[in-house]
Design a protein around this ligand. Structure first.
Ligand SMILES: [Zn+2]
Length: 148
């Protein structure tokens, strides 16, 4: 996985490793359908499940989000627009028939992986058939996306 970018941070990697160990196969940093400039951290294309691991600061976690004192109005605008974009992304994905899971980076990633697996087992196109997800995946594949 040499072409990984800045998004491969601790909690996200932990989630991916755990999912992988559970035998689940997914795509990484795949552009979202209809939103080519936005990417999910982990995507199950056949199950149409997009997963995000949100940073506590940048996405304003209720427990750890802070308002920087310097430049506070700039930061407020910046962080609020991140949050608004998250909600808009969720909405557009759901309208397109996708499922969305978001975790905070502070969450226990093995619990997160358990929730992912539970949801996948309820969705059509679940894990038993994800091995041949190339057909779907290629629809919005680009160079930045990678497969695990
Ligand atoms: Zn947090």
């Amino acid at each position: 996985m040499s072409r990984q970018k800045r998004r491969d941070t601790g909690p996200e990697m932990q989630l991916r490793r755990t999912l992988h160990r559970m035998g689940l196969r997914y795509r990484v940093n795949l552009p979202l359908p209809g939103m080519p400039r936005r990417r999910a951290d982990v995507t199950f294309t056949r199950a149409r499940l997009a997963i995000f691991v949100d940073g506590c600061f940048w996405h304003r976690c209720p427990r750890h989000g802070t308002d920087p004192a310097n430049n506070s109005s700039w930061w407020a605008r910046k962080l609020n627009s991140n949050v608004a974009r998250d909600r808009e992304t969720d909405e557009r994905l759901r309208e397109a028939g996708w499922n969305v899971l978001r975790f905070w980076e502070h969450e226990d990633m093995s619990e997160a992986a358990t929730r992912v697996a539970a949801l996948l087992s309820e969705l059509p196109g679940n894990t038993s058939s994800t091995r041949d997800d190339e057909k779907d995946g290629n629809t919005y594949e680009d160079k930045g996306a990678s497969r695990e």
